[in-house]
Design a protein around this ligand. Structure first.
Ligand SMILES: C[S@@+](CC[C@H](N)C(=O)[O-])C[C@H]1O[C@@H](n2cnc3c(N)ncnc32)[C@H](O)[C@@H]1O
Length: 264
């Protein structure tokens, strides 16, 4: 594998791990102790979010569609895997063979920057309830679709691709603009998939209620904590009055953290 491949995966792993240690675990601790917990991350990428739980005596399972990311995680966690404290699975969380092995095993389930990529938001929320032990919690972190870079502009290659908000154009105009600026068909398809699976704060909160979860804690951010590790920016919680205005809040909120527990 090329060196750059390893370097970028290592950087991602480090960002995931630091963000989890400093922001995600303290947030989850608002609802449940984070020591000695069995943790499942769906869409775990390189697996960095799981590491702080293992340091605290827990166990972890990561599932991701990408075999390359899972291969990286398996190397990073080799000693934990040998000790039987970690497992990584390459595949789709909707695959019955994978999900069947996860039922009833976890104190904490995590979907960080993943739910907005998965088809069937309510379906995955309902499914995760089967993976939790009684009293278990689900952490979800996601960027609302209408935030400045909700189209995942970081995936584009041209500089204009990184402009804020233009992903909110009608789909054909958005596609045309990406073509005009020379984005590859593969990139455009990926970005159109984000259009298809996008998620707003209102829709998310409605689905949370409909699928039988209670919100234990929530935090909206004006400046996403992960930007500290990616861009050196200071994280900032969203102003309370912005957070309280449905629809409008989505335009100015770069990420949302939710801690949920099944109530039925
Ligand atoms: C943006 S990455 C987030 C990675 C990591 N959670 C983080 O915060 O850095 C989203 C991940 O979700 C994975 N993913 C998307 N749909 C999935 C599915 N149906 N089953 C398993 N993984 C999925 C993708 O392969 C990708 O690695």
């Amino acid at each position: 594998m090329p060196l750059a491949f390893h370097a970028s995966r290592a950087a991602k792993y480090e960002q995931q791990e630091q963000n989890a240690e400093t922001y995600i675990l303290p947030f989850i601790a608002r609802g449940i102790s984070v020591d000695d917990k069995s943790v499942l991350e769906i869409g775990c990428g390189e697996g960095g979010i799981i590491e702080p739980f293992l340091r605290r005596g827990g166990t972890g399972v990561g599932v991701d569609l990408s075999p390359e990311k899972i291969a990286y995680a398996e190397k990073a966690f080799a000693s934990y895997i040998e000790d039987g404290r970690a497992e990584f699975v390459a595949g789709d969380i909707y695959d019955d063979e994978i999900s069947g092995r996860l039922e009833g095993r976890f104190d904490v389930a995590i979907m960080k920057d993943t739910i907005e990529h998965v088809y069937g938001h309510a379906k995955i929320l309902a499914k995760i309830k089967d993976f939790l032990k009684p009293g278990g919690v689900l952490f979800v972190g996601f960027p609302p679709w209408r935030m400045p870079y909700g189209g995942h502009q970081q995936m584009t290659e041209s500089r204009v691709g990184k402009l804020p908000y233009y992903h909110l154009l009608p789909r054909p105009a958005y596609r045309r603009l990406l073509e005009m600026f020379g984005e590859s068909e593969r990139k455009i398809e990926g970005l159109m998939e984000v259009v298809d699976t996008h998620l707003s704060i209102n829709d998310f909160e409605r689905m949370v209620a409909e699928t039988g979860y209670r919100v234990v804690a929530k935090q909206h951010y004006l400046v996403n904590p992960i930007y500290r590790y990616k861009f050196g920016l200071k994280p900032r919680e969203q102003f309370g009055f912005v957070s309280a205005i449905p629809w409008f809040r989505d335009f100015l909120t770069t990420t949302c953290y939710y801690l949920l527990t099944p109530e039925r």
